[in-house]
Write a protein of this length. Structure first.
Length: 177
């Protein structure tokens, strides 16, 4: 499956740049897992979440639900190391609402942003973060890091767009997508 993807990618690349099939072509995908916007290892996911300015989407492939979160480092000297926010509007860089914080490696909900602890986004984050630390996130949960549109450079958080590397509006204007 992964190999098929690499072959398709190589074919497209050769066609686009008129690279002859006689010319040996070493793609990064030959040696690394296919880079499709998903982070698969829990240790890497945790490192990403806590890196300081992380935007990511958690997708439940069983229910079809997903949430986009922003976890940013607390720059002040404090026991609180990170602020946790959830995407609540159409602008995936700025429409975030505060839901809690991370202190001593634990997530704590906060009501300050106006979202209660019974909200699904809060429950999803608390559950995901706990399972991430325990290395027990089920297979049906996907973790997507934020992408960039290859045409306009806009931030991408919808899984299909992250995987494609292009937003839906731009995709409709570029042939081949
Ligand atoms: Zn775009």
């Amino acid at each position: 499956m992964e190999n098929e993807k690499v072959q398709t990618l190589e074919g497209t690349f050769r066609k686009l740049f008129a690279v002859s099939t006689n010319l040996p072509l070493k793609l990064e995908c030959d040696v690394k897992p296919v880079l499709d916007g998903k982070i698969r290892e829990n240790a890497e996911r945790l490192a990403f979440v806590l890196a300081g300015n992380a935007y990511f989407t958690i997708e439940n492939t069983q229910s079809g639900n997903r949430f986009t979160f922003r976890v940013s480092a607390n720059k002040k000297e404090s026991e609180v190391t990170h602020w946790v926010c959830v995407l609540t509007g159409p602008d995936n860089l700025s429409n975030y609402t505060f839901i809690g914080f991370i202190k001593a490696g634990e997530f704590f909900h906060s009501r300050k942003g106006g979202i209660g602890n019974d909200a699904q986004s809060v429950r999803v984050f608390a559950w995901f973060f706990k399972n991430l630390k325990a290395n027990s996130v089920p297979e049906f949960i996907l973790f997507w890091h934020m992408g960039r549109c290859c045409r306009c450079g806009r931030a991408l958080t919808v899984p299909e767009s992250v995987a494609a590397g292009i937003g839906p509006e731009c995709a409709s204007m570029v042939s081949g997508f």
